[in-house]
Design a protein around this ligand. Structure first.
Ligand code: NAD
Length: 354
């Protein structure tokens, strides 16, 4: 069980350290885990002059799974675009063929008050957002900035999806829906964008193979609204890269904190990249304040989806539940009557609960 560990930038090293302590518990008990560290993002640019250097590529290709902290920081914002940390992230997704991003948005009952929405609207929330990750306007060519025929400067990108790309992500989403509430909502903007009209057509075709799943369609603007108005109507949502980027961040706030949300990005052989949904949080980096739970829960997803070890995955998730039930909170989810802990203290508690 070879895991490439990419701590990255900002709070990355702090949250990864806690996730590794949790995995070390399993390793000590005999799970054959092997960790290989490599840089990504700004850290990699500093060392190798590139956000996804060959050194890191090799380690990630050799590994069964990749555990990533986060990348990015203000010190890198003025670099040439291809050298920016976020490009490292796009490059690794593309390199490993990670086309399916799974982002659960689950509201732990203990945190119902941490959400900015009314507890009755969000309590019991359990949504899985399946986002296509390697296509769409983020990768479409041509792209760039140019001077048009009127002599005016303009920026341009291309929204494009091939049929095979839509089919494979639709299959992932239907398969997940089959294991959950058997409800799938496909999000598009088919009234305006041909790319997503095509998306909808293919999803409807794939649905024929899953007669038990109740398929619905929603425009992305309505989906953004419905996630706030009545989020519990959703079970699994599937959408393209850019809509999924935005909707999954929105869904994350339903749960109270982006610091709670894990994610998995899978390829066709179940190799996966596991990372928290949030960024490198430069505002709190190096202060031992970050919430490591999203990263810890990402290791649970790794055990479930890449290593097929449901027992170990559930054990980590139960340890997190126990710690929350005991009232431990990092600053981002703190409320009166609970106990504020640091990033490393949260790690201590989770390890103890394991
Ligand atoms: P962010 O997610 O880093 O931070 C947004 C807010 O949430 C901040 O106030 C931050 O302190 C807080 N936050 C995030 N994670 C937290 C945690 N674990 N515990 C407590 N609080 C947490 O988003 P941003 O500020 O828009 O971006 C910062 C940098 O991260 C940028 O360089 C951006 O490009 C990068 N980024 C990276 C990824 C990634 O690595 N996957 C994703 C998004 C943004």
């Amino acid at each position: 069980m070879k895991i490439a560990v990419l701590a990255g930038d900002g709070i990355g090293p702090e949250i990864i350290a806690q996730a590794l302590r949790v995995l070390e518990v399993l390793k000590t008990e005999g799970m054959p885990l092997e960790f290989v560290h490599a840089p990504l993002g700004g850290q990699a640019y500093d060392q190798y002059g590139h956000p996804y250097p060959e050194f890191t590529q090799k380690i990630c290709r050799d590994a069964d799974a990749v555990l990533l902290g986060a990348v990015g920081g203000p010190q890198y914002d003025n670099l040439d675009r291809p050298l920016r940390p976020e490009r490292g992230l796009l490059a690794i997704r593309k390199d490993l063929g990670l086309f399916a991003n799974l982002r659960p948005a689950v509201l732990y009952p203990e945190l119902a008050n941490a959400s900015t929405l009314k507890p009755e609207v969000v309590s019991g929330l359990d949504i899985m957002i399946v986002r296509e990750l390697t296509g769409d306007v983020y990768f479409g060519q041509p792209r760039g900035m140019r001077t048009n025929e009127n002599g005016e400067r303009e920026g341009f990108n291309t929204m494009v999806y091939a049929e095979s790309e839509v089919r494979r992500i639709a299959h992932v989403a239907f398969d997940i829906a089959m294991k959950r509430g058997k409800k799938l909502c496909s999000v598009d903007k088919a009234n305006v964008l041909e790319t997503t009209e095509f998306w909808k057509e293919i999803v409807i075709d794939v649905a024929k193979e899953y007669p038990e799943v109740e398929l619905s369609h929603m425009y992305v603007d309505n989906a953004a609204m419905q996630l706030i108005r009545n989020p519990k109507q959703f079970d699994v949502m599937v959408t393209g890269n850019i809509f999924g980027d935005i909707l999954s961040d929105e869904a994350s706030m339903l749960t109270g904190s982006i610091g709670m949300l894990a994610s998995a990005s899978l390829n066709e052989t179940k190799k996966g990249l596991y990372e928290p949904s949030h960024g490198s949080a430069p505002d709190i980096a190096g202060k031992n304040l970050a919430n490591p739970i999203a990263t810890v829960l990402s290791t649970a997803m790794m055990l479930r989806y890449t290593f097929d070890n449901e027992v170990a995955a559930a054990r980590i998730e139960n340890a997190v539940k126990k710690v929350l039930a005991a009232g431990c909170r990092t600053g981002d989810i703190f409320e009166a009557g609970t106990k504020k802990v640091s990033c490393s203290e949260m790690g201590d508690q989770i390890v103890a609960a394991m």
